[in-house]
Write a protein that binds this ligand. Structure first.
Ligand code: NAI
Length: 707
């Protein structure tokens, strides 16, 4: 017997235990171990029934994701689980699958090959493969509709969401929920069914539905997936596979599933999504801040400013159960901030995201204040006042006086230097940037900005805190715009240039939406407020190089008071529901302004729109990497996926560039340099990597330059 799988025999009942911590993944050795145990049980006359259970904290949480990469790179052939599952199903003794923790992916496929399933009440089952751009590959799409019905199987295989034990029981995926000791309950169940006829999932047809009903459900699911999971291939493949279950024999269905699974496995989308899966774990690793770096407990915090960001940040902490002191300059501002928080919570209750009770508890955690009086108790302060260096410095001097030693002083600034802010305090080691994204209570990204003097303990604490807050923390260096906004500048600049050269506003946005972005770059400007960038540009105008082209139209729109959604007019016009409508006035104005500026007008292809916006992102990303403001290319990718609506199935901008091939990207950037001048100067790293035939993913600079 393999040491990953144990077999023990009691009176009549054999127990197979999978012992592959931490999650009993089906890594090499586990399937073989199970197959041997089943063989033994089948031929042992003293065994009447068997229970298969996971050792430790879970049943089988899924396949070993690293194996997928080995399969696509040719390092492993990836043995199919199908023969093992058929072997279990064909066993002449009934096999009861006992599930606690999670039976996900291959884990649920394994469970469904058993003759019965029992589960502890806190167990969950699911087919989350789509999240990795895959579909179930071991008959999950064939057995699940036979247990749960076609509609539910489609839902589970396309959205990938877990199903709790109680619902799984209702659906017929499991046969009994066990309260108390799972193994004892499973053994009792096995004794009850021993000797009775053995039900085999693959032979069951009663839940497969009529051809007519199935066709309707399948068509409706396809339509909804095309809308809700725009651009993703795996959910559509999953639908095809479940459809095969409704039309073909089990064996033929398995063949269809296998073919679709392989197509998905070798697809760019799956490779990108697997990169994202590992990337989210990778960003937590900071070479010079090891895992055992001490962290400060954050039991209470204070937020300065209750505007757009401060209010959202207060909610983030309150939602995590951390008491918040919320300070404003005067009563009207405070009242306004609190009213906005209440309104946000009320709409969460309305949409069913939170219960009223939860919201009442969270609101009780927020204490309004007009002074720094109680700041001495806070373990951390997040400053979110207006963006202006003089004001920020004033606030940090006040904080330095008001806060206890060791308290973390964080700024939510989006453009200002953390080092400059830190310089006015007596404790620059405690100062850090925590750059939340708007709306702070929704967006998952948190850029943690490391100043020159920020201590390792403060960084470790912020990284750990980001998890507690339900955010994904990415460490970045202290450059203007940090990583995300620094790259977003050139990206939006190109979008503006495109419309100034003759492209329609909607055409540019829809080219990028078609690429997979959650929103087009011009519509995003309208959402965030065009005035934000306008103010920043005015502040930094002195840094612009004379003679280098700058966009003209957006500043003009702002001068007219067209700030975007908040003024119901920007690049688009907005109705009272804030729905965007193309605005002929903007088209006319563009024509006028570009004529005045002498910009020639031409027809612009969609591919040029996409190339220019994306390669502007990539080129700036390459500079950030080389200058050491991001630790790895994947850090940039994770920032873009979680803060800027970049499609996960393209893996992030740097991964996308690697997939296109850096040589191709570089050549195109050189072409754009010739056509549009020095703003398109290729980043030195892009040039070097393109010439050496390397990928950004291979980038590994000596650490600790700026981050
Ligand atoms: P906002 O204008 O909505 O809110 C700023 C608030 O700070 C106002 O309510 C103001 O009364 C208050 N305030 C000013 N001085 C104060 C003081 N001494 N004590 C207490 N409160 C004071 O601004 P917003 O958009 O919330 O921005 C805040 C910070 O967050 C800025 O640094 C901004 O760059 C940054 N940020 C903004 C994002 C956005 O999308 N709005 C995104 C990420 C960062």
């Amino acid at each position: 017997m393999s040491n990953l799988v144990r077999l023990s025999k009691g009176k009549d009942i054999a127990i197979i235990t999978i012992d592959n911590p931490p999650v009993n993944a089906l890594s090499p050795g586990v399937p073989e171990g199970i197959a041997n145990a089943i063989g033994d049980i089948d031929s042992d006359p003293s065994v009447k029934a068997a229970v298969l259970i996971g050792g430790g904290r879970t049943f089988v949480a899924g396949a070993d994701i690293k194996e997928f990469g080995k399969m696509t790179s040719g390092k492993s052939r990836g043995a199919s689980l199908l023969p093992l599952l058929l072997g279990i199903e064909n066993c002449r003794k009934p096999v009861v699958m006992a599930i606690h923790g999670a039976a996900f992916g291959g884990g649920l496929e394994l469970a469904m090959a058993g003759h019965y399933r029992v589960a502890s009440s806190d167990a969950q089952v699911g087919q989350p493969e789509v999240k990795l751009g895959l579909i179930p590959g071991a008959a999950g799409t064939q057995r699940l509709p036979r247990l749960a019905g076609v509609a539910k199987a489609l839902a589970m295989c396309t959205d990938g969401k877990p199903v709790a034990a109680a619902e799984a029981f209702r659906l017929g995926i499991i046969d009994r929920v066990i309260e108390g000791d799972l193994l004892a309950g499973a053994v009792a169940f096995a004794c009850e069914i021993a000797g009775k006829p053995i039900p085999r999932t693959r032979e069951r047809v009663e839940k497969l539905g009529t051809a007519e009903d199935d066709a309707a459900i399948i068509a409706a699911t396809r339509e909804s997936v095309r809308k809700k999971q725009r651009g993703l291939k795996a959910p559509l493949a999953a639908i095809d596979a479940v459809e095969a279950a409704t039309k073909l024999s089990f064996e033929e269905g398995c063949e269809v599933e296998r073919r679709l699974f392989t197509e998905c496995l070798f697809s760019d989308q799956s490779k990108a999504l697997i990169h994202v899966f590992f990337g989210e774990r990778e960003v937590a690793k900071i070479p010079d801040v090891p895992k055992d770096t001490p962290v400060n407990p954050i039991r209470s915090i204070a937020v300065v400013g209750s505007g757009t960001m401060g209010g959202g940040i207060a909610m983030v902490f309150a939602n995590a159960g951390i008491p918040v002191l919320l300070k404003e300059v005067d009563q009207p501002a405070l009242d306004q901030g609190l009213a906005k928080i209440r309104k946000n919570y009320a709409s969460s209750v309305q949409r069913g995201r939170f219960t009223q009770e939860f919201v009442d508890q969270r609101l009780a955690l927020i204490t309004p204040s007009l002074s720094y009086d109680n700041f001495g108790n806070a373990d951390m302060v997040v400053e979110a006042v207006f963006e202006g260096m003089a004001l920020k410095k004033q606030v940090f001097q006040d904080l330095d006086r008001a806060c206890k030693p060791g308290a973390i002083l964080a700024s939510n600034t989006s453009t200002l230097s953390i080092d400059h802010i830190a310089s006015v305090t007596s404790r620059p080691e405690s100062v850090v940037g925590t750059h939340f994204f708007s709306p702070a209570n929704i967006m998952r990204l948190l850029e943690i900005v490391r100043g020159k003097k920020t201590s390792k303990e403060v960084i470790a604490t912020c990284m750990q805190l980001s998890k507690k807050l339900g955010k994904i923390g990415v460490l970045v260096g202290n450059c203007r715009g940090f990583v995300g906004n620094r790259m977003f500048g050139p990206y939006r600049r190109e979008a503006q240039f495109l419309v100034e050269e003759g492209a329609e506003v909607e055409a540019v946005d829809s080219a990028l939406v078609e690429f997979g972005m959650a929103m087009g770059p011009l519509a995003t400007g309208d959402l965030a407020g065009l005035d934000v960038g306008w103010r920043i540009r005015k502040e930094y105008r002195h840094l612009e190089k004379p003679g280098v082209r700058q966009p003209v139209a957006e500043d003009r729109l702002c001068e007219m008071g067209r700030f975007g959604q908040k003024t119901l007019a920007g690049w688009y016009r907005y109705d009272d529901q804030r729905r965007a409508v193309p605005d002929p006035e903007v088209t006319a104005l563009l024509r006028k302004w570009t004529a005045e500026a002498g910009i020639p007008q031409r027809r612009i292809s969609t591919s040029e729109m996409v190339d220019r916006c994306l390669y502007a992102l990539v080129n700036e990303g390459a500079r950030i990497l080389e200058e050491g403001y991001a630790l790895r290319a994947v850090d940039i990718d994770i920032i873009y996926l979680n803060g800027y609506g970049f499609p996960a199935y393209r893996g992030g901008p740097m991964w996308y560039a690697d997939a296109v091939g850096l040589k191709n990207v570089y050549d195109r950037v050189c072409e754009l340099r010739q056509q549009h001048g020095e703003l398109w100067e290729p980043a030195p790293l892009l040039k070097r990597f393109a010439e050496a035939n390397q990928t950004f993913a291979e980038f590994n600079k000596e650490q600790g330059v700026n981050v």
